[in-house]
Design a protein. Structure first.
Length: 281
């Protein structure tokens, strides 16, 4: 499970871990500053802001050829594109510069930084072991396709496979669907499987026809058994499987062209040509 479910709200565990690390670091820094008779909160908040901006810009720089095609997408941080190492480096450098000018800030800033790094590092290691090392297989499920035939999910093993859990009523699902359609057309070497969650075949057919979309491998999962197999209730959820049919990574929320290209590159290995557009204009 890669999300924390709070009623109807599903939060990515990585985001929860980041917020927890930052919150604990801020609290420790404020407490240390209070003991020294100073208020480090403004500096700590600026460190956080600069770190987030730097993390975003570092990610954008790596994928600049794709972001240049849609410059405004740089501001859409919903795609989750961040380089944490770059963000931490900039935040620490800014904190060090403030320590030189105000020596009393040294203890609270160092305490906050070390606490944040320790918690975040532990969380990343735990998540890498827990999520990345699970290698869950494609579930032993057979689902009806739009033509009425039953399709076993395990039949897609042998090629890299992207399984998208979606619904017609889900706005982020609708937003990313044209991108996934382009990716399916641009990457015949990868299986793209669209597993609708909780709706009927008629609902799905009406939606696709209304949008003028033609997709292969559209399956109907009326009981949401695929999401249940991975303990994922959030939509959209996109699951990336390697050629052996083992889960390599997952993504909660709508994909952007950049984050989808990043995941596909990782799925196919180092021989993939990086930053290739998903579809030609």
């Amino acid at each position: 499970m890669s999300t924390l479910q709070l009623g109807p709200l599903a939060l990515p565990i990585e985001l929860v871990a980041f917020a927890l690390a930052g919150g604990v670091g801020l609290a420790i820094g404020k407490r240390a500053g209070h003991s020294a008779g100073i208020d480090p909160e403004p500096v700590l908040l600026r460190m956080l802001l600069l770190g987030l901006v730097a993390a975003r810009l570092a990610f954008v720089w790596q994928w600049s050829s794709l972001y240049l095609q849609a410059p405004w997408s740089v501001l859409d941080i919903r795609d989750g594109g961040l380089e944490a190492a770059a963000g931490f480096a900039v935040a620490v450098l800014y904190g060090m510069s403030r320590m030189k000018g105000q020596p009393p800030l040294r203890k609270p800033l160092m305490g906050a930084t070390l606490a944040t790094l320790a918690i975040w590092g532990t969380a990343e290691l735990t998540l890498a072991t827990w999520l990345g090392g699970s290698n869950e297989p494609l579930p032993q499920l057979s689902l009806p396709a739009l033509d009425g035939n039953s399709v076993a999910l395990t039949s897609f093993a042998g090629k890299p496979t992207v399984v998208n859990l979606w619904a017609t009523w889900c706005p982020p699902c609708r937003r990313e669907m044209p991108l996934l359609q382009q990716a399916q057309a641009a990457h015949p070497e990868i299986n793209f499987v669209f597993v609708n969650q909780g709706e009927t075949q008629d609902q799905v057919v009406r939606y696709l026809k209304g949008q003028g979309m033609t997709l292969r491998n559209v399956l109907i999962d009326a009981t949401r058994s695929t999401g249940a197999a991975f303990n994922e209730a959030a939509m959209p959820t996109t699951l990336f499987f390697d050629t052996q049919g083992r889960l390599a990574s997952s993504r909660i929320g709508a994909l952007s062209e950049v984050t989808l290209t990043q995941r596909l590159d990782a799925l196919q290995g180092p021989t993939t040509t990086r930053s290739t557009p998903l579809a030609t204009p």
